[in-house]
Unconditional design. Structure first.
Lengths: 305, 305
């Protein structure tokens, strides 16, 4: 197995590109994939101040490394979810990464600043933990980006994440979610920051390999609340399909972007108004995050927060 | 395991309906599924003359049995594909079925009437056999329905067939095919007969069980040209999904009909004109069947036909 570029011994096989790479050229390959994604979708302009959602896992830290390497000015934001040791460990990995490179990491502490943790919100609201977490992340990261005047909010979702989410939305034909599943979501008047996903061309095993090969220390453990969740089941299914038909996952995701996403866009343009509690964007009276927060604080007896 | 209806010993489990059935009530259940499909989609009106595509396999013969049982007047049309023993056997099963019930079976012999077989067409055109076969079937069955003045052309595609085709079209985002994947395709001015699929609510193992339990003799062998084809691979993959999440296949297919199919319909309304060779409907100058026929006859040295 030889590197496609230099014919030295390869350490990584990328079947869907029918290519093997040595360490140097694999890292280069991943960087070029990200660069191309940013370019093709006009994700980050020159001089843009970007804010990256950082979890301390392989995807967000690899992406931070790559973006910095490509010359982008990117700060990070870490949301402490209050999930025991998992949260304290992943915060430590995020901090050490940022400190070693002189990067700025903003930290938002959900329990300290909002009065509740993700496990508490999940229990109180009868949502799955992943749902309560996703909702809180979207809200708070957007708020930080808006409040601090960043031009773009960057997320570390990889090819597998996006393909699994797309598959879930297709299986259930969630046409409204399908209308919002794009690598770039433009900013809205109502206060939603521009959001981009530069890792959509990079598979999960490739971001992991990138992190390991470039010596990034990251939280290897999966979130203890996420095991067996739906997206992970879809990922496993798609991996079995990918084993039989290398490239099918990418074909499915990029085919959607190119040929079908626009068809669903009309479904995803609801009329937004201001949340009567926080002033953020919502389709109803009170936004989903404020409702989650209220339900949880009442349930855990902290409605004084 | 007891029958949901009569509490006698069940012989068939239908996991996605969370139900078990004895023989009598399973057959009844399948009939009701077909009846409901026909009713909900207004597939066959009272007094309609229907023509059923008959292959000699479980699906088409079970459907012929059910439609007759439900009081519909249905003739069959068998297309002899010229696939050796498989074709002669399946014609025999079709004839015996029709004769035993006093039903009319029309037979079209592709090699005798058009000068070529499906294996020859596949070789000559470099299509897969399933593609050459599908194209020929669609053309000839439609022609028979139109020429003999039938009101509706009925096809025996089951839930698994339709879900696998949908999955294939979604994986590649064939938006034009997605616009045409409906349980009912209306007749067109250009001479395409109304086409309906009353088995879309019945899974493949259920049509097989229906045929076996009601004593229908059918061609059990799969077409020797079809092994390992793409649709069969998708079927296997969807079956594994269904094992883990009973009902997911039906959710995927019916969710598409209900929530997404209309979104793609605009893609599926090409301007049709008359084929300059046969006068049938086509989007180009010469229709795909006439091109297939011509290529094949030239290649096998029978262009005098």
């Amino acid at each position: 197995m030889k590197c496609r570029v230099c014919r030295e011994r390869a350490v990584m096989q990328v079947r869907r590109h029918n290519a093997n790479f040595c360490k140097t050229h694999f890292l280069e390959h991943v960087r070029r994939q990200v660069e191309r994604t940013i370019h093709d979708h006009k994700m980050i302009g020159p001089g843009d101040r970007a804010l990256l959602g950082v979890s301390g896992g392989k995807d967000s830290l690899a992406l931070w490394d790559i973006l910095t390497d490509l010359g982008h000015r990117v700060d990070g934001v870490y949301l402490h979810l209050g999930i025991g040791e998992y949260s304290s460990d992943s915060l430590r990995f995020s901090r050490e990464f940022a400190d070693a490179r002189g990067l700025e990491l903003r930290v938002v502490d959900l329990p300290a600043e909002y009065g509740f943790s993700v496990p508490e919100a999940a229990l109180a609201s009868k949502r799955t933990p992943c749902s309560a977490c996703g909702l809180s992340k979207r809200y708070i990261l957007n708020q930080v980006a808006e409040a601090a005047g960043y031009d773009v909010l960057v997320m570390g979702h990889n090819l597998d994440d996006e393909a699994a989410t797309l598959f879930g939305n297709v299986v259930q034909w969630n046409t409204d979610y399908l209308g919002r599943q794009r690598p770039v979501l433009p900013a809205t008047d109502g206060g939603l920051a521009r959001k981009v996903k530069p890792l959509v061309r990079v598979a999960e095993r490739e971001t992991a390999a990138y992190a390991v090969l470039s010596g990034i220390e990251y939280e290897v453990e999966e979130c203890p609340m996420a095991s067996g969740n739906t997206v992970n089941r879809y990922k496993e299914w798609l991996n079995r399909l990918e084993d039989e038909s290398p490239g099918i996952k990418a074909q499915f995701l990029f085919g959607f972007y190119d040929k079908a996403a626009a068809t669903f866009e009309a479904n995803a343009a609801p009329v937004l108004r201001e949340c009567t509690v926080c002033g953020g964007s919502t389709t109803g009276e009170v936004c989903a995050f404020c409702r989650l927060k209220n339900t949880t604080l009442v349930r855990i007896g902290r409605s004084d927060v």
